[in-house]
Design a binder for this molecule. Structure first.
Ligand SMILES: NC(=O)c1ccc[n+]([C@@H]2O[C@H](COP(=O)([O-])OP(=O)(O)OC[C@H]3O[C@@H](n4cnc5c(N)ncnc54)[C@H](OP(=O)(O)O)[C@@H]3O)[C@@H](O)[C@H]2O)c1
Length: 254
């Protein structure tokens, strides 16, 4: 069902966390992956890791909020492989947890520039190639915090709900071109384990798993990537415009 052999898939923000787990898993299924991130050293490290796993890939430094940069990234993949079959719009920058009363214009701009706008620029870069091929798969990333309205996460939650809205519009506009567009709501250990995450963010993730149906956090490669792989495959061809959680049912207790 999730045969991705020789598919060319762009994963934005794939130098760590969920994106890197996706690159490992999709590469293991035989996909050729194009990964991006903003920081040279992280892009180089992720590329080295994929080399070690024998994953055919391109690793490019590009900020997802830069529309021209995303067009150039996709052009590079098309020049190398002649096609682009899938997009996982995964990259998003984050700001420290902040009450709504203190949210600044810069906080809102960062979350919307790298969230819905970055997702749209990535879609615009891949869709002409998918339309010509008559086949394409787009997976966006949202958050259950958008649905629950988690306190302290205003810009993040709102920007992710905008991503879900764009997902539905894209599904309506491109369905007849053979392109499906779906949104995944992941939950993973990434931020509890990431030394760069703030104590508040780590605590919010830890609290989420205290009263949780499956009782543990998700592994990017083993728990989240298989759903994404299905949504990138031919088997998901009648699934579009949907939001699907890969959170162990955590949203039911959020
Ligand atoms: N972790 C969770 O439990 C969780 C829950 C719900 C939703 N999500 C969503 O899942 C996605 C991945 O989350 P994550 O936890 O894996 O994030 P993460 O660990 O913070 O990793 C983010 C990745 O994106 C890159 N990135 C950040 N801003 C970028 C930009 N402007 N342009 C290009 N690359 C950028 C980062 O590399 P550089 O810093 O080098 O750019 C990194 O590779 C996000 O969309 C997030 O909203 C995650």
């Amino acid at each position: 069902m999730s045969d991705l052999r020789d598919r060319v898939i762009l994963i934005t923000g794939a130098t760590k966390g969920i994106g890197l787990g996706l690159a490992r898993h999709l590469g293991g299924l035989g996909a050729r992956v194009l990964i991006t991130g903003r920081r040279d050293e992280r892009v180089a490290a992720a590329s080295g890791e994929l080399d070690g796993l024998g994953v055919e890939h391109l690793a490019v430094v590009a900020d997802v909020s830069d529309r021209e940069a995303m067009l150039a990234v996709v052009a590079e993949a098309v020049e190398r492989w002649g096609r682009i079959d899938g997009l996982v719009a995964n990259a998003q920058s984050f700001r420290p947890v902040t009450p709504l009363a203190d949210v600044s214009a810069a906080d809102m701009d960062l979350l919307f520039d790298t969230g819905p706008k970055g997702t749209l620029w990535s879609m615009q870069a891949v869709v002409p190639h998918m339309t010509s091929a008559g086949w394409g798969r787009i997976v966006t990333m949202g958050t259950s915090m958008g649905l629950t309205g988690a306190a302290g996460y205003g810009p993040y939650a709102a920007s992710n709900e905008a991503i879900r809205s764009l997902t539905r519009t894209a599904a309506n506009e491109w369905g007849r071109d053979g392109i499906t567009v779906n949104c995944v709501l992941p939950a993973s250990a990434a931020h509890r384990l990431d030394p760069e995450s703030s104590p508040e963010r780590k605590a919010a993730f830890a609290a989420m798993y205290e009263n949780h149906p499956i009782g543990r956090d998700g592994d990017p490669e083993l728990d989240i990537a298989p759903l994404v792989a299905f949504l990138l495959s031919d088997g998901s061809r009648y699934v579009t415009g949907q939001t699907i959680g890969a959170d162990g049912g955590g949203i039911m207790r959020a």
